[in-house]
Every structure is written in structure tokens, then in C-alpha cells.
Design a protein around this ligand. Structure first.
Ligand SMILES: Cc1ncc(COP(=O)(O)O)c(C=O)c1O
Length: 344
């Protein structure tokens, strides 16, 4: 591990991911978009259909084990990928899993409620609790602490994986390490990239990767595509997380305000809601590269990348790395909606 990451090795970590994930060229999509595009396959991190969350959870499970926890409590959207991977990690480590499901997406159908990550969570044996709001992070945080209190009263030793601001962003450490992995891969292959495009939700992946790259002296642009909230609010979060990372790692501030690049042009109508640009991006990636993207995160991120290529924020012919953060099980939860976009 690079010493450039300060105190990172002092944080306990449970290996959950199959690393490094490969970087692959995307020649047909490149030709389509006028870029030299490659993809970092973090959808292939190995555990339970993979995704970016395995890298983040290594540090939460490290902390949980260090505290002697026997139960994990987590909150997330109904179709949360985070919850699915955390439940799989809990199963693997012999821990119980309690999940608070937030109603973040309006007007969902029965497929959304039963397929995709819900089905996988049921197979993993999670205990579920409903939370009626999806935009009340503080309330969700309190409710999840109350679940943990109840479990404690029953003699369990719960560890809460928090999502709201106000907790050290342990998960971002996973993407500080991913920065080292990417830089090593680029050096080994003798290639360079001008920009990375990735989804920005909780912000842990975005902040971690940006911080890690700057700690390694790498100046490429990191474009976060907003999947959860608008750019202005997201920028505040990323800045806060980068500052917290500096203090957690005992390093100086690495990330300036100008370094935080966010695009929210494909977020509408809101979190977890499919829009035409996202459906087009999903179909294009499948048909050009055999690559599956999901409606909530990676499809929106690819739609954002396409918009940034169209408005020349990503210069023509530029070397661009798309971070595939997983989420593929959600494709099935949105099956009826996606079906509308598929030509016969
Ligand atoms: C598939 C996928 N991609 C991207 C993200 C966004 O990552 P982050 O929450 O680290 O910003 C998530 C978050 O849940 C996700 O599940």
C-alpha cells in the first residue's frame, strides 16, 4: 500500500473484493461517442454481483469486527445495492443483517418491490424494517440507531453502517485504495487517461477516488455524475468528505473546490427514476459492448458521460475511463420500464 495514503493501513479491513478489477477498452462505444473510452469493471468486484460497495464495506466490516459485532444494521433505498452486498458480506462472516428500507422512489410497481436486490436480500435472509421517507437522512439515521438499540436490549452486538453525513466516511477509504489500483494499472500498461467519469451518490466513491488520485499526484479530471441530488448540494458533500479523509489519514488537504466536478443534467426526474437519456445509454452500452448498466446509477452515469462528450467537456478523442460501479441486479427491478425502450 502506498505510504502516500498516510494512516490508511491503521484502519481495519476485511477483504471482500476480488481485486484488481480489469480495465477494458470499449472500441465500439468509443467510435460512437468520439472518445477513446475504456471501462474499469468494478461491477466485477466478486461478491454477490459485485459493485463499488464491496470496496467500501471492507472498512465498515473491519470496524464491525474490531468492535466484536455480531449483527449489522444498515439503511438504504428499497432496491439498494449497498444493502445487498452488505447482506452477502454479513452472511459470509456469520453475522445477522437488519435492513431499513427507505421509500426513495415514487410510484413503484410490484416488480420493483419484489425483484432485483429485494429478491437477493430475501435469499440472503435479511430482516427488514420500513422507513416511509427517502429524503430524510437524519430521520433515517435516528431510526436505524433505534433499531440497533432494540437489538442491544436483546443482547445482540449490532454495528450500524451509517449513510448520512456526520460519521467518518470509512467507505471512501475503499476508493482511496482504488485510486492506487488504477494508477498502477495505467503505469503497467503504459497508458494515460485525461478524465474519469463516475456516479456520485453518497459521494464515498467519488470523494475517495478524487482524494486518492490527488494524494498520488495524479491530476486527471474526475467527473461525478449526480444520481441522488443536484450538483450544488453534492459538491458540499464531496468537499466535506475530502476534508474528513485528510484528517482521518493525517494528510494535508488534497482537493480544491475547482477539483470537484459534478454534472446533474441527467438526474431528473429524480433518484431511481428512469429517464430517456438513461434508457438510451443502457441500450447503447449493451448493443455496442455487451455491457449491462442499470437505471439508477451506471446508466445515468453513462448518460452523463454522453452529455459531457456532446458538450465537449470531454474533448473529442480524449482518453476517458468510465467507472462501472455495478448495480446490475436493479435491471430486473426496472424490467417493465426498460422493456418500453427495447426495439422488437
Ligand atoms: C451501482 C452503484 N453505483 C454508484 C453508486 C454511488 O456510489 P456512492 O454512494 O459511493 O456515491 C451506488 C450507490 O449506492 C451504487 O449502488
Amino acid at each position: 500500500m502506498s505510504t502516500k495514503f498516510g494512516r490508511l493501513s491503521e484502519y481495519p479491513r476485511v477483504p471482500l473484493s476480488v481485486l484488481p478489477t480489469v480495465i477494458q477498452p470499449m472500441p465500439r462505444l468509443s467510435a460512437e461517442l468520439g472518445l477513446n473510452l475504456s471501462v474499469k469493471r468494478d461491477d466485477l468486484t466478486g461478491l454477490a454481483f459485485g459493485g463499488n460497495k464491496t470496496r467500501q464495506l471492507e472498512f465498515y466490516f473491519g470496524a464491525a469486527q474490531a468492535q466484536g459485532a455480531d449483527t449489522i444494521v444498515i439503511t438504504g433505498a428499497v432496491q439498494s445495492n449497498y444493502v445487498r452486498v452488505a447482506a452477502a458480506a454479513a452472511a459470509r462472516l456469520g453475522m445477522d443483517m437488519h435492513v431499513q428500507s427507505e421509500e426513495r422512489v415514487p410510484d413503484v410497481d410490484a416488480t420493483y418491490r419484489h425483484s432485483g436486490n429485494i429478491l437477493l436480500g430475501d435469499l440472503l435472509g435479511v430482516h427488514r424494517y420500513a422507513y416511509p421517507s427517502g429524503e430524510d437522512e437524519e430521520g433515517a439515521d435516528k431510526a436505524v440507531q433505534a433499531i440497533a438499540e432494540g437489538l442491544r436490549a436483546e443482547g445482540r452486538r449490532p454495528y450500524v453502517i451509517p449513510l448520512a453525513p456526520g460519521h467518518p466516511p470509512l467507505g471512501a477509504l475503499g476508493y482511496v485504495l482504488a485510486a492506487g489500483e488504477i494508477v498502477a494499472q495505467l503505469q503497467a500498461s503504459g497508458t494515460s487517461i485525461d478524465a474519469i467519469v463516475m456516479g456520485s451518490g453518497s459521494g464515498f466513491s467519488h470523494a475517495g477516488l478524487l482524494f486518492g488520485l490527488r494524494a498520488l499526484g495524479q491530476g486527471m479530471a474526475v467527473h461525478g455524475v449526480c444520481v441522488r441530488r443536484h450538483a450544488q448540494a453534492q459538491a458540499v458533500r464531496i468537499a466535506l468528505q475530502c476534508a474528513e479523509l485528510a484528517s482521518m489519514l493525517g494528510l494535508k488537504a488534497m482537493v480544491s473546490e475547482q477539483d470537484i466536478k459534478l454534472f446533474d443534467g441527467v438526474l431528473a426526474p429524480g433518484y431511481g427514476q428512469l429517464n430517456p437519456a438513461t434508457a438510451d445509454a443502457i441500450v447503447l452500452a449493451a448493443r455496442c459492448e455487451g455491457l449491462f448498466l442499470d437505471p439508477v446509477y451506471t446508466g445515468k452515469t453513462m448518460a452523463g458521460l454522453m452529455a459531457l462528450a456532446a458538450n465537449r467537456t470531454l474533448p473529442e478523442g480524449g482518453n476517458v475511463l468510465f467507472l462501472h460501479t455495478g448495480g446490475t441486479p436493479a435491471i430486473f427491478a426496472y424490467g417493465p420500464q426498460l422493456q418500453h425502450w427495447v426495439e422488437p
